[in-house]
Each structure stands twice: as structure tokens, then as C-alpha cells.
Design a binder for this molecule. Structure first.
Ligand code: NIG
Ligand code: FE
Length: 422
């Protein structure tokens, strides 16, 4: 007896390599091609925006019936992979820091610029001064560019308002942007990004504001899914960060944290202790921090573009993290200060050369592992039945060229929820 046909309204055929990122999905997710679940001359079918069938093209006709007005795309032998999950961005802000970039070229450090009143605070002032429309249009521009680089899901942080009203305003802009952009947006409250100038002498007063007002209001209004904090000299101490993250948990916001970026000091351990979904940066993480992340199952989000753009030399120890069993994701950290690029694939090349991540590790880090970093691994990040039909057709026939052909945009077609969007 022949099995009943699955009906589909969207099909991709003849993927030379259908990179599913599916089957194995172990915690470390493997360093070689086997981890990618590649199907040669593969095909994929979707219905109502969800994947319903994945397999060899030769088996498609026997398994899938096409609905009358179905869309069929021929990948003509090229690579087909899951939409990129951009799991760490600061996409809404006012102004830019091109002038500060030149100061860095002339030898100032990121910390020196911040201590002189620039850095995050200069973007905060520009953001507060910008109108809602300006911030919305600017955010849309950056998200559209991220889409063309293949990002079909994007985590977006507040953190350039640093007053109750300005933080909520940024989160509202993300809520409104979600209505017009093609991606799924996943909002994070980063009220504890830095202590704003007006609270310099009273950091605990600012933490009170975050804990007692920002977190409850953002959570009650459903404006954020995660709560993030920047643990660093000049930003927040471990103790302050713990208060913020625990307050977030109490209001249903899962913790994330910027830790061990410019200096090391127990941030990864804190992320593990509070049950964070991810610990981000980790350029200076200690062995104890790595062990804590592994034991607690916290995803490490590595942001090598920020190290590169700061002209720093210490990259996160990706190999040691992977060897310890930590799931590793990659992201741009898109923001005007430490990584002003939407080219998420470029992160794969930097990760290859500076952190010795293999091509399969890079591809998993941009997709399935990044989905874990935002709690969406059941929805996106791999090409498997049941997941959203978020799919990229690349301009290449070999997945090994993804980190190798660098600085370019390898994406030919972007499909979101079973529809071509770019
Ligand atoms: O992730 N580290 C803290 N926050 C950002 C930088 C923000 C900025 O410089 O504007 C980051 O690198
Ligand atoms: Fe960041």
C-alpha cells in the first residue's frame, strides 16, 4: 500500500546540498560534516509556513502532493540551509559612532572613550534625542539588511534608553517593527546596559530603577522575553547583575548576560548560577566559567566581530568551550559601538581563523545553536518537519565555501514561513 501523500504549498527542489542541521543535535553538535545532516540532491516541502517533508528529491513525488497554487523553487544544485538565527543584536539606536571609530584608529581604547563620556552613553544621548519615527525607520533599515544576509529570526535588545520611558519606547518600537519586517523578532530588555550619566554616583539607585520599574513594566506589557545585563568594570558588578537577572526571572523574563567581554571575572559562573539561556561574549572566560556553563547547559554566544572591530586580540576560547561540551552559537552583536555590520556570515570567517571553528561548527552556530540561545530550538534553526519554513538558497554548491568566500553575501534567496521575502 502506498502511504497517504502529504499536501504542500511550497517546495524547494534539487538542493545540491540540503544542509538540514537536523538529525544529530547533540550538545556539542560535532565538528565534522556528519553533524550537518546533509542530504545530497535534497528537497523540502512546506505547508502553511511549516516544513512538512524533507528528503531526497527523487523521493519527493511519491511522498508529497502539491496544492493547486503551490510555489516550486529549483535550487539548481546549490546549497540550501536553514535561515540564520541572529541571536544577539542591538538594532534600535540613534546616531552612529563613526567619529569614535576614528578615535580608536588613533589609539584610544573603547574603555577610555567610554570614561570620557562616549561609548554606550553617546548612543544613549542620540537615541533619547531621536523621534520614534526616526528610530523606527533606522531600525527597519538595519533589519532589512540583516534579512538580505539571511537572518530570518533576530533577537533585538533595548539598552540605549536607560530611563523607564526610553527603554519601554525602544521595546515598543521592536513590537511595531515586528509588524512590518519579514523576520521573527525576539525582544530583550537590556535596561542594565550601563549606569547612565545621571546615576554615576548612585549605581544602586539605577539598579533599583531597573529592578522595581523597568522589569515589571516591560514584563507586564509583554514587551520582552529575556532580561540581559552587561557585567563589566564601568558597567555592573556581579552582585548588581544577579539582582537584575533574578528580578527578571521573578517576572518571567529568562536571563541572558554580556559577560567576560573586556575583562574576566565570574560572569559566566553567574550566568550558570541564575540559569541563563545564554552567556554572551566570553572572550575572557575562565576554566571554571567554562565548566559552569557546561554543567548548567548554558549556550555560549560568541561575538568575534566585536573583538575584531575593537582591534582586540583575545577571542573567546571556542575550542575549549566546544571540547567541554558547551553549545556554541555565533552572532554579529550588531550595534554602533563594537560591531557595526549586518554581515552575519563574516562572523563565520572570523570564527574560523581566530577561534579555529570548523565550517560545520560555524554553520550550526549560526542556526540551530543560535536558536537554542533564544529558546527557539523547537521552532527554527534546522530544516525538519514541524519547524518554520525559514530557508536560504545560497549562491554556492559547497557548504565549505560559507566561511571561505569571505566578506561577500552568499545568500541568493531568503524564504520566511514558506514565502520568498528577499
Ligand atoms: O555587546 N558590551 C556591551 N554592549 C555592546 C556594546 C554597546 C556599545 O558600545 O554601544 C556589546 O558589545
Ligand atoms: Fe551586545
Amino acid at each position: 500500500m502506498t502511504p497517504p501523500l502529504i499536501t504542500a504549498d511550497f517546495v524547494v527542489r534539487h538542493a545540491g546540498e540540503l544542509v538540514t542541521c537536523g538529525a544529530p543535535a547533540t550538545a556539542t553538535a560535532g565538528t565534522d560534516d556528519a553533524a550537518l545532516g546533509i542530504i545530497e540532491d535534497g528537497a523540502l516541502a512546506a505547508a502553511d509556513g511549516r516544513i512538512v517533508w524533507v528528503g531526497r528529491d527523487a523521493d519527493l513525488a511519491a511522498a508529497v502532493a502539491l496544492a493547486p497554487a503551490a510555489t516550486t523553487l529549483d535550487a539548481r544544485g546549490r546549497v540550501v540551509m536553514p535561515g540564520v538565527v541572529e541571536c544577539h543584536t542591538h538594532a534600535v539606536f540613534g546616531g552612529d559612532r563613526a567619529g569614535e571609530f576614528q578615535m580608536r584608529v588613533r589609539g584610544w581604547s573603547y574603555q577610555e572613550i567610554a570614561a570620557a563620556g562616549g561609548g554606550i552613553m553617546s548612543t544613549v544621548l542620540a537615541t533619547r534625542a531621536a523621534s520614534r519615527e526616526e528610530l523606527f525607520e533606522r531600525g527597519r533599515l538595519h533589519l532589512d539588511r540583516l534579512l538580505r544576509y539571511g537572518a530570518t529570526t533576530v533577537e533585538v535588545k533595548s539598552g540605549y534608553g536607560l530611563t523607564l520611558e526610553d527603554e519601554l519606547r525602544i521595546l515598543e518600537i521592536y513590537r511595531d517593527l515586528a509588524e512590518v519586517v519579514s523576520q521573527t523578532l525576539v525582544p530583550t530588555l537590556l535596561g542594565a546596559h550601563t549606569v547612565p550619566a545621571e546615576y554615576r554616583g548612585d549605581p544602586y539607585g539605577y539598579v533599583d530603577l531597573v529592578v522595581n520599574e523597568m522589569i515589571p513594566r516591560a514584563a507586564d506589557r509583554g514587551l520582552a522575553r529575556f532580561c540581559d545585563v552587561f557585567v563589566e568594570e564601568g558597567a555592573f558588578t556581579l552582585e548588581q547583575a544577579r539582582r537584575v537577572l533574578e528580578a527578571g526571572v521573578a517576572h518571567g523574563l529568562r536571563p541572558k548576560a554580556h559577560v567576560d567581554q573586556l575583562t574576566g571575572g565570574g560572569g559566566a559562573e553567574l550566568a550558570a548560577a541564575v540559569g541563563a539561556v545564554s552567556a554572551d561574549h566570553l572572550d575572557h572566560v575562565s576554566d571554571a566559567g567554562i565548566a559552569a556553563l557546561a554543567a548548567a547547559g548554558v549556550t555560549a554566544v560568541l561575538l568575534p566581530g566585536a573583538v575584531f572591530f575593537l582591534g582586540a586580540s583575545e577571542y573567546a576560547p571556542a575550542r575549549r568551550l566546544i571540547d567541554a561540551g558547551v553549545r556554541v552559537a555565533l552572532s554579529t552583536d550588531f550595534n554602533p559601538g563594537t560591531c557595526y555590520t549586518e554581515n552575519v556570515f563574516l562572523m563565520g570567517t572570523i570564527a574560523s581563523m581566530q577561534m579555529k571553528m570548523t565550517a560545520p561548527e560555524v554553520i550550526l552556530a549560526l542556526t540551530l545553536n543560535a536558536a537554542h540561545a533564544i529558546g527557539l530550538a523547537d521552532e527554527v534553526g534546522s530544516l525538519e518537519p514541524g519547524k518554520r519554513a525559514d530557508i536560504l538558497i545560497l549562491d554556492t554548491t559547497d557548504h565549505l565555501t560559507i566561511p571561505y568566500h569571505w566578506g561577500i553575501n552568499p545568500v541568493a534567496t531568503v524564504i520566511k514561513d514558506g514565502k520568498v521575502v528577499a
